[in-house]
Design a protein around this ligand. Structure first.
Ligand code: 5AD
Ligand code: SF4
Length: 374
């Protein structure tokens, strides 16, 4: 019995696919290289932008042919897109050959859905779930081990679907994280360990006995072993001086921070509910550069947020010019049903969004050429 997993979206999803692989291997499946050879195909989906959803729909649609050739083929769709109940139901209706559609909180029950598939098609979307501590992983990267430290997000940036599909912030117990990392070190295969969370800087605030992210980093660095530690993603409003100090001090921590700014204009930042200003963002960058002179800094930007004027977009350009990031990711704003921004008037045209994103990427190329950064 063979499995094939198709993963869309961020590193969290990549890591979640490692869990899916672990569950399938426990059931006796082995990984295969082509979907044509598989007995079970899993689509682990992403909902962050419309484009990601369209790709999923196209690729799931193409499976009809395989299902015709092999009636016993099991097709599973899971991940952020399926956590939206409406979308999940539509998927079932539109693609009658899908066997299992489950939401993000259902993953721990994947094995039982597969066992039940002979009884009929499975559709279940839990609204909340416990963090799973006992799932097996099949790590997919030979140098890097991903370690999830928390799930969900409490920030409700007005454009973002994540808090709706991943729920509120839930931190794993520090002890469990440290034990997982000790195991990774013991295995001796991985040079790098990367901590994952939507907003790693607010790690531990929700625990019965709160632990700060800075303490978690120090405690991991105190473990014996030869590894480099990094983490993503940081939110500027929660990145504390303590965390910057720990990165500066600890040799084991990679000198790299991904710090999404999203916009360089204060009115847009407020509309996005980011809870920092351009000035505060620049202050943090200054602090990082002073304390960690060789630190690589990267960022995310959204262009064409509802009502963003040309002048306000220019503020984003000037922020990028000022900071001289090592690299940036630029996204055209994508309307996500159910978010606050989707109801805002003055949505920007696709044409304008394209113009702005291209301008931004051109600036980024020019900076990289001038500074020799990659
Ligand atoms: N439209 C465009 N980009 C988005 N991002 C999140 N939501 C949206 C959206 N609705 C971007 C942000 C975030 C990155 C992971 O994706 O820049 O940092
Ligand atoms: Fe989305 Fe904002 Fe949470 Fe990041 S911090 S996941 S952009 S809501």
């Amino acid at each position: 019995m063979k499995y094939f997993i198709v993963t869309y979206g961020c590193q969290m999803n990549v890591h979640e696919s490692e869990k899916i692989a672990g569950i399938l291997e426990q059931l006796g499946y082995k990984e295969c290289k082509k979907r044509e050879e598989a007995d079970i195909i899993v689509f682990n989906t992403c909902a962050i932008r419309e484009g990601a959803e369209e790709r999923v729909l196209g690729n799931v649609g193409n499976l009809k042919r395989l299902k015709k050739q092999n009636k016993d083929l099991i097709i599973v769709v899971c991940g952020c897109m399926t956590q939206k109940e409406e979308t999940a139901k539509n998927l079932m209706k539109k693609f009658p050959f899908i066997d299992i559609v489950i939401g993000t909180f259902n993953l721990p029950k994947l094995a039982s859905y597969i066992e039940k598939v002979k009884e009929g098609r499975q559709l279940e979307i839990l609204q909340e779930g416990e963090l799973d501590e006992i799932l097996p992983y099949k790590r997919s990267d030979k140098d890097n081990a991903w370690v999830n430290i928390m799930q969900g997000c409490n920030n409700f940036c007005t454009y973002c679907i994540v808090p709706y599909v991943r729920g509120r912030e839930k931190s794993r117990k520090e002890e469990n994280i440290l034990n997982e990392i000790k195991e990774i070190i013991k295995e001796g295969k991985y040079k790098k360990i990367t901590l994952l969370g939507q907003n790693v800087n607010s790690y531990g605030k929700d625990l019965e006995k709160p632990v700060s992210f800075a303490k978690l980093l120090s405690d991991i660095c105190a473990l014996d072993g030869d590894f480099k530690l990094s983490f993503m993603t940081s939110h500027p409003k929660d990145l504390t001086s303590e965390v910057i100090d720990v990165i500066a001090k600890e040799d084991k921590i990679e000198k790299y921070i991904h710090l999404p700014a999203q916009s360089g204009n204060n009115r847009i930042l407020a509309l996005m509910n980011r809870r920092y200003t351009r000035e505060r963002y620049l202050e943090i960058i200054d602090e990082i550069r002073k304390k960690i002179p060789n630190c690589r800094i990267t960022s995310d930007f959204i262009v064409g947020f509802p009502s963003e004027t040309e002048q306000e977009f220019e503020d984003t350009m000037s922020l990028i010019e000022k900071v001289q990031f090592d690299s940036i990711f630029a996204f055209m704003y994508s309307k996500r049903e159910g978010t606050v921004a989707s109801k805002m008037e003055e949505q920007i045209s696709d044409k304008e969004k394209h113009l702005r994103v291209n301008k931004l990427l051109k600036l980024e190329k020019q900076i990289q050429k001038e500074t020799g950064k990659r």
